[in-house]
Design a protein around this ligand. Structure first.
Ligand code: F6P
Length: 327
């Protein structure tokens, strides 16, 4: 059946990520360039339910590419998880004459999108917007590079005090059970180790760390820890360390939401711009239920089911690089 898209709805959902504004700008301008109207939906799926919708013109996205956060606001919406909530959301779409959606977010966003698209036969395209980089089918997600740089900058500062006091720091970073931020920031900051959920089944990482010994010639150590219930996070590991090795002067830093803010890096701005253009191109090409990804610097289309469900693997080569370089 031929399906002409005249008006696209645009929302950001889940945790915000630097670069989301660049994506909003790209989607809006590409749609308008192609003669498609754009309706901005505020506060994610919640805005579809409450009807917080505003038509965007090209000037509504001026001067936003450099800003972190999302001008559309974001939320995690419980009501959208119910069929009743999705029915109200669909009614809003009909009322607002929105006939396709571009959703920017992470796995929760795409899980909702997939169900909604199936229930109501709506074309939906997703852009991966999360600092976690935990979506299968894309080498990088929008916001990941900025968060990585924020972490590295913070760890460089922690190193100064760690060295002065000859301390062992456990620095916890975000990732929602994914170790990409922890592993890559550990390499970039020259940390001694990264404790990541993906390797928890292989070994007791803390024990391995102690067994290898912190290099004697070094007077400080920094261990990057991915937030995770499995490992107990930085606090859990530090407690264990203090009990088992009282000789170490241990400190904990939890970087928290500082990782989600800030001006996006050039990489994230370019990625978000390319992905935003690709989202509208995909809709014009009658693609639906896909996430836009990037692989080897080429734009790709990844079915929602794969992006959400398939496990994105940690590259073992990087684990080994960190191990070798921290001797
Ligand atoms: O998914 C992005 C993320 O920042 C995760 O890394 C983290 O676990 C979570 O969101 C925190 O969510 P909230 O801001 O709702 O506490």
């Amino acid at each position: 059946m031929e399906y002409k898209i005249r008006c696209v709805g645009l929302l950001t959902s889940g945790g915000d990520a630097p670069g989301m504004n660049a994506a909003i700008r790209a989607v809006t301008r590409t749609a308008i360039f192609n003669g498609i109207r754009v309706k901005a939906i505020y506060r994610g799926y919640k805005g579809l339910i409450t009807g917080e919708v505003k038509e965007f013109r090209t000037q509504d996205v001026s001067n936003i590419i450099q800003h972190g956060g999302t001008i559309l606001k974001t939320a995690r919406c419980m009501e959208f998880k119910t069929p009743e909530g999705r029915k109200i959301a669909y009614d809003t779409m009909v009322r607002e004459e929105i006939d396709a959606l571009v959703v920017i977010g992470g796995d929760g966003t795409f899980t909702g999108a997939r169900i909604f698209a199936q229930e109501y036969n709506i074309p939906i395209v997703g852009l991966p917007g999360t600092i976690d980089n935990d979506l299968w089918g894309t080498d990088s997600t929008i916001g990941y590079d900025t968060a990585l740089n924020t972490i590295v900058e913070a760890v460089d500062k922690i190193r100064d005090t760690a060295t002065s006091h000859e301390r062992l720091f456990f620095v916890e970073v975000m990732g929602r059970d994914a170790g990409f931020l922890a592993l890559n920031s550990a390499i970039a900051a020259g940390a001694e180790a990264a404790i990541i959920p993906e390797r928890e089944t292989h070994e007791d990482q803390l024990e391995a760390l102690i067994k290898n010994g912190f290099r004697k010639s070094k007077n400080s150590s920094i261990v990057l820890v991915a937030e995770s219930e499995t490992t107990g996070g930085a606090q859990g590991l530090a407690n264990r360390m203090r009990e088992e090795h009282p000789e170490y002067d241990v400190r904990v830093t939890i970087l928290g939401h500082i990782q989600r803010g800030g001006s996006p890096t050039a990489y994230d701005r370019i990625l978000a711009s390319r992905m935003g253009v690709a989202a509208i191109d995909a809709l014009l090409d009658e693609q639906r239920n896909i996430m836009i990804g990037i692989q080897n610097d080429e734009i790709v289309h990844v079915p929602f089911t794969k992006a959400i469900k398939d496990d994105k693997q940690i590259n073992p080569e990087k684990v080994s690089v960190l191990q070798i370089l921290s001797i």
